[in-house]
Ligand binder design. Structure first.
Ligand code: NDP
Ligand code: GDR
Length: 337
C-alpha cells in the first residue's frame, strides 16, 4: 500500500486528488494551514474528511516542512499548496513569491535530504506562458509571465526541473490550464459567475460585477486534471506535461453557458467598461463591468496543446467547458435551494 502527502489538501485540487488516491488504496496524508479555523469544507463535501490524516503544514516555514516530510516518508508528494489567486498576487507579491517559489525549494531540499526516493509533483500553471509566445501553448513554449503569481510559479517550475537534473529526483511538473468545479473558490471568475447567476435564478436581484470579459481561457474540469497529476508520478521517468482541453473561450462565452443552464438568455449591450447583460426573459440586469476587477497586466489568451499528455500518459479530459458550466451552475442552484 502506498502513502502520499498532498500539500494544499484543503483546496479544490487537493480535495479531488485526495478522493482519487483514497479510491486507489493510498494512505493519504495532507497539509493544512494553522489559521483561525481550518478550512476543511471541501473534504467534508466529498465525504472524505475522516479518511485523510491531516498535518499542520505551512510553505513559509522550512522547519515545519522538514519535520513533516521526515515524519510521513511518503512514496509520492503532491505540492498543490499556493497563494493561487492571480489577482491578489499584486497586493501580496512578497508573500506570494515566498510561498509559491521558495516554498517549492523548501520542500525539494527537505526531500533531497530526508526522502530522496519520494516522487514529487509540482503544480505549475499556464499563467507562466503569460503574454503568449505562440498559440497553442505546449511544454516547449517560452515563459513570459504577467503577474507576481506567474513569476513565482516560473521559479517553482525551474527549481523542480533543476532538482530533477541535479540530484536525479523523480520530480515532475504539470503545466495545468484553468480547471474548475463546484468546489472552486468563489473569487475565481467561473465560480463567481455560477454563484451570482444561481442567486439571480433563485429570485435575487444583485448583478454579477466582473472585469475583463474578453479574456480567453482554456477551462477544464478539476476532477479530470487530478487524474493527470497521478499519471505523471506513475511514469518510469519524470517530466513536464501540459494538461488542457485545447478549447479556448472568453469570460463572456462562459457566462452565456451558465445563463443557458439556468434558463436565462443574455442580451449583451455596450462595450468595454460600460458593457452589461440583461436576461431577455426576466429583464433583470445580470452582468455589469467594473474597473475594480481589471488587473494591472492581463493574460489575454490561453489555449493549451495537451498532445504530449495524451500520447505519453494516455490522459484525456472528459468534461467539455459547456458541461462544466452546467455542472457548476446546477450545483450552486441546488445548494441555494
Ligand atoms: P486553491 O486555492 O483551491 O488551494 C490552494 C491550497 O493551498 C489551499 O489548501 C490553501 O490552504 C493552501 N495554501 C495556501 N497558502 C499556503 C501556505 N502558505 N502553506 C500551506 N498551504 C497553503 O487552489 P487549487 O486547488 O485551484 O490549485 C492547486 C494548485 O494548482 C495551486 O498551486 C495552484 O496555483 C495550481 N494551479 C491551479 C490551477 C487551477 O486552474 N485551479 C491551474 C494551474 C495551477 P487554505 O485552505 O488554508 O487556504
Ligand atoms: P486565472 O483565473 O487568473 O486564470 O488563474 P481567474 O478565474 O481569477 O481569472 C480568469 C480570467 O477572468 C478574468 N476576469 C475575472 N477574474 C476574476 N477572478 N474575477 C472577475 O471578476 C473577473 N472578470 C474577468 C481575469 O482577468 C482573467 O483573465 C487561475 C488560478 O486558478 C491560478 O492559480 C491558475 O494558475 C490559473 O488559473 C491557470
Amino acid at each position: 500500500m502506498k502513502t502520499c502527502f498532498i500539500s494544499g489538501i484543503t483546496g479544490q485540487d487537493g480535495a479531488y486528488l485526495a478522493r482519487l488516491l483514497l479510491d486507489k488504496g493510498y494512505t493519504v496524508h495532507g497539509g493544512f494551514r494553522r489559521i483561525s479555523q481550518a478550512e476543511t469544507v471541501r473534504l467534508d463535501k466529498l465525504g472524505i474528511l475522516s479518511d485523510v490524516q491531516l498535518h499542520e503544514f505551512d510553505l513559509a516555514d522550512a522547519n515545519n516542512i522538514f519535520r513533516t516530510i521526515g515524519k510521513v516518508q511518503a512514496h509520492e508528494f503532491y505540492n498543490l499548496a499556493a497563494q493561487s489567486f492571480v489577482g491578489a498576487s499584486w497586493e501580496v507579491p512578497v508573500y506570494t513569491s515566498d510561498v509559491n517559489a521558495m516554498g517549492v525549494l523548501r520542500i525539494l531540499d527537505s526531500l533531497r535530504t530526508l526522502a530522496p526516493e519520494t516522487r514529487f509533483y509540482q503544480a505549475s500553471t499556464s499563467e507562466m506562458f503569460g503574454q503568449v509566445a505562440e498559440v497553442p501553448q505546449r511544454e516547449s513554449t517560452p515563459f513570459l509571465p504577467r503577474s507576481p503569481y506567474g513569476v513565482s510559479k516560473v521559479f517553482g517550475h525551474f527549481i523542480t526541473r533543476n532538482y530533477r537534473e541535479s540530484f536525479g529526483m523523480h520530480a515532475s511538473s504539470g503545466i495545468l490550464f484553468n480547471h474548475e468545479s463546484p468546489l472552486r473558490g468563489t473569487e475565481f471568475v467561473t465560480r463567481k459567475i455560477t454563484l451570482a447567476l444561481a442567486r439571480l435564478a433563485r429570485g435575487g436581484s444583485e448583478p454579477c460585477v466582473l472585469g475583463n470579459l474578453d479574456a480567453k481561457r482554456d477551462w477544464g474540469f478539476a476532477g479530470d486534471y487530478v487524474e493527470g497529476m497521478w499519471r505523471m508520478l506513475q511514469q518510469d521517468t519524470p517530466g513536464d506535461y501540459v494538461l488542457a482541453t485545447g478549447v479556448s473561450l472568453t469570460v463572456r462565452d462562459f457566462a452565456n453557458f451558465v445563463a443557458e443552464a439556468l434558463g436565462m438568455k443574455l442580451d449583451w449591450n455596450g462595450v468595454g467598461i460600460v458593457e452589461y447583460a440583461i436576461d431577455r426573459k426576466s429583464g433583470k440586469r445580470v452582468i455589469e463591468v467594473s474597473e475594480r476587477f481589471f488587473r494591472p497586466a492581463e493574460v489575454d489568451l490561453l489555449l493549451g496543446d495537451p498532445s504530449k499528455a495524451a500520447k505519453v500518459l494516455g490522459w484525456k479530459p472528459r468534461v467539455s467547458v459547456q458541461q462544466l458550466a452546467e455542472m457548476m451552475a446546477r450545483a450552486d442552484y441546488e445548494d441555494l435551494g
